[in-house]
Ligand binder design. Sequence first.
Ligand code: F6R
Length: 272
Amino acid sequence: MNVIICADAKAVGKEAYKVVRDRIVNGHAKVLGLPTGSSPIPLYKEMAAGYKRGEIDFSDVHTFNLDEYLGLPVEHPQSYRNFMNTNLFDHINLKEENINFLNGMTDDIAGECASYEEKMEELGGIKLQIVGIGRDGHIGFNEPGTPLYGRTGCVTLDTPTIEDNKRFFASAAEVPRWALSMGVGTILDTNEVLMVADGPNKADAIAGMLEGPITGMNTASALQLHPNVTVVIDEAAAAKLTRKAYYKKTSTNNVADMLAYLTAARKKTGLE
Ligand code: F6R
């Protein structure tokens, strides 16, 4: 995994934006997977600003959100669809028909989840999946104890997640108990993953994900099996990592340095 450690949440947004802009501008990521929550907000602000500056065009981009609460209609202020409208969709030129969202009010949960996966497949799969991480290590709403091969389905929210998310509701009792979510297997099938996280309450989850064993107790740790993951975090979220110096070395690797090194090595061995 490519781990980039930034000073603060704002810098995380700026650094992550460079990845998103590059993949969209170069045509590698016309199908994007998106998260909600506090972590992607600085990135979404950068994406909106980048669109305004004319750097990035979303007119042929398709999106799939990771999850939606069960039992909240789109119009509910805390529905994830409403969150996305407010924080991103209303500020960029994404076409309404290119926005894919799980319907939390469906009366056919299994059918809704299966057709979400089918739609992803029809579009050739998600090229860049952006994710946050819960303080218990969840990605999407895949709580500790969730199978690492799961597909999109209905998941039960655990107490820490309900506690964390109650800040958006009148009380913890108002937070939905279930959500529809892409599975860890669905996320592992995407071409590339970009994680954003900040703050001290993510430090344990980040350390478990990057340096712990691959385990269903930290579903983000399954990303160790994914060949193309960039993790952009701030110093506070990186506080419990033991290999920061190594991550710094790998994240600043570049092809020009490697080529210069090769040229020098060839000279040394008399090949050049
Ligand atoms: C949201 C999602 C969750 C969040 C996670 C962190 O769509 O899939 O996994 O990314 O709960 O939330 P924040 O960023 O609010 O700390």
